[in-house]
Design a protein around this ligand. Structure first.
Ligand code: ZN
Length: 229
């Protein structure tokens, strides 16, 4: 199996996340992110620990030895809280170092290992080739969550389309499909009684639970949408 095309999106997203973080002062980091209940410190801490969790999946693929993303959900949460409590400079350095470790782990993965099956934190069995996308969606979406002048409008269209595929695919797997069609200027996803229309960034933001429902329009009652991750 050859390396997945999402590698390039991932690399660009790491740069954008780092740029967004770089725009925030120490005081800014203490303030709320766009994620309810999470400060920007917590978002950054989560992104750093996510890199290590995904390195575990790459290690699993490389060695064949089962290495889950997180030992337990509690271990995940406490590692995030510990990192978020560090001085701001250490959080920034941690984010940089974790992203660098992940880059090295990707580079060291032999081509044959991309097809090795691993298990995500949600319990899904996926080939290791999915891991760059799992990181890609984290860095791009959480760059926007940092509320630092980077938004969904700054995410490339192919990444946004892949996000919509990811969310609608998740709904489908869980049999949670809301009865709606998502219509963007270039592509429509699904079919249903209600058509929700918007730009690709606004539709992607709305269905990932980030966007303002006022930025999309519907030709009927706008349904509430199931959670994504
Ligand atoms: Zn996340």
């Amino acid at each position: 199996m050859t390396a997945p095309p999402t590698l390039a999106w991932r690399e660009k997203g790491e740069g954008v996340f780092a740029a967004a973080l770089g725009l925030l002062s120490d005081q800014d980091l203490d303030r709320p992110s766009l994620l309810p209940g999470w400060s920007r410190r917590t978002v950054a801490a989560h992104v750093a620990r996510n890199a290590d969790a995904l390195i575990n999946l790459l290690t699993w693929a490389r060695t064949g030895h089962e290495t889950p993303m997180y030992a337990t959900p509690q271990a995940r949460d406490s590692a995030i809280a510990d990192t978020a409590a560090l001085p701001a400079a250490e959080i920034r350095a941690d984010c940089r170092a974790a992203a660098q470790r992940f880059t090295v782990a990707l580079r060291e993965l032999p081509a044959a290992a991309w097809s090795t099956e691993v298990r995500t934190a949600q319990g899904r069995i996926v080939p290791a080739a999915k891991v760059p996308w799992m990181r890609c969606r984290e860095v791009w979406v959480h760059a926007a969550d940092l509320d630092a002048a980077i938004g969904f409008r700054d995410i490339p269209d192919d990444v946004l389309a892949a996000l919509v595929d990811d969310v609608t695919g998740t709904w489908h797997r869980r049999s949670q499909n809301p009865a709606l069609a998502l219509a963007t200027p270039g592509r429509t996803w699904g079919s249903g009684a209600v058509t929700v229309t918007g730009t690709l960034p606004d539709i992607a933001a709305w269905i990932t639970g980030r966007g303002d429902a006022d930025r999309v329009s519907a030709d009927g009652f706008l349904p509430s949408i199931p959670p994504w991750l």
